[in-house]
Design a protein around this ligand. Structure first.
Ligand SMILES: C[S@@+](CC[C@H](N)C(=O)[O-])C[C@H]1O[C@@H](n2cnc3c(N)ncnc32)[C@H](O)[C@@H]1O
Length: 263
């Protein structure tokens, strides 16, 4: 079986026109090239195989089109959403509007212990918006490591090392994390005040929710499971076997991106 067939590529991929020309012809939002995460992709992905794990949902944040526009050899969208649901359709519409084609599509759960067998391995792995939505971030990043041949670009929501609100102080330095399913009332109040101040609405914190975290062993990847600082996340990446080459806050410090190389 050839590589193209293995990746599920139905036709040779190509980017038909330059991004500038595309911008004139499409209503799809183009990536902001001043953003750290977009620069890391466009500066390093040329001639590499690329996968965006969990790139659907809020499709304007997907990186498959940027990777192909930046000269990636192949690009794959991998997500646990049911194939052909509205998010896959929105992604395909966006790619078509940007005149990008030839990407592969895969339905996988990143937490599957065999994810590297089902998906394959890639020179450049992008994953943002997932690792604080999982019960075991260290395990999930290990799965990302199993997919990564060279680069991992990981984006995660983070909290400051110290949060001070009118209800008190909460520390996330020294490796302290909060497991949201077990969060206490005092901690919830302080985090809620902080999130209100930065216009974030998070279930079980400052957004009322009956959503369960897990039921009969079935994990719900919808809610946030963990709160941690960027320093703690960086240490996890290093302990899993990545060298963090560069990292930067995003969205005014609400999230953080780590550009890593496997060592
Ligand atoms: C919060 S959105 C993040 C979307 C985008 N990457 C971003 O940063 O805005 C989460 C996406 O990841 C997918 N996802 C969540 N958990 C996943 C898992 N364990 N395996 C594969 N995809 C997952 C969801 O289906 C959804 O499309």
């Amino acid at each position: 079986m050839g590589l193209r067939t293995m990746l599920g590529l139905k036709e040779p991929f190509h980017v038909r026109q330059s991004r500038l020309a595309t911008a004139l012809e499409t209503s799809a939002e183009l990536p902001d090239m001043t953003l750290f995460q977009n620069r890391m992709i466009s500066n390093h992905v040329r001639d590499l195989t690329f996968v965006d794990v969990g790139g659907l949902w809020g499709t304007n944040n997907e990186k498959v089109t940027l990777a192909l526009q930046s000269g990636a050899k192949t690009a794959t969208m991998a997500d646990m959403q049911e194939m052909d649901n509205e998010w896959w359709q929105a992604f395909r519409r966006r790619a078509a509007q940007l005149n990008v084609s030839g990407y592969a599509e895969k339905l996988v759960n990143l937490d599957d212990p065999r994810v590297h067998e089902k998906l394959g391995t890639f020179d450049f792995v992008h994953c943002s918006g997932i690792v604080y939505h999982v019960p075991s971030p260290f395990y999930t990043i290990q799965r990302l490591a199993s997919l990564t041949k060279r680069y991992l670009l990981l984006g995660s929501m983070v909290v400051p090392e110290v949060i001070v609100t009118e209800s008190g102080e909460l520390r996330f330095d020294g490796g302290q994390m909060i497991y949201i399913p077990a969060i206490g009332d005092r901690e919830r109040t302080i985090v809620a005040e902080h999130f209100n101040g930065v216009s974030l609405s998070v279930a079980h914190i400052n957004l009322a929710s009956n959503e369960h975290f897990s039921r009969n062993g079935e994990i719900n990847y919808g809610p946030w499971w963990w709160l941690y600082s960027s320093k703690t996340m960086k240490r996890m990446l290093e302990d899993i076997g990545f060298k963090v080459i560069e990292h930067a806050p995003a969205w005014e410090g609400r999230s953080h991106y780590f550009f890593c190389e496997k060592v």
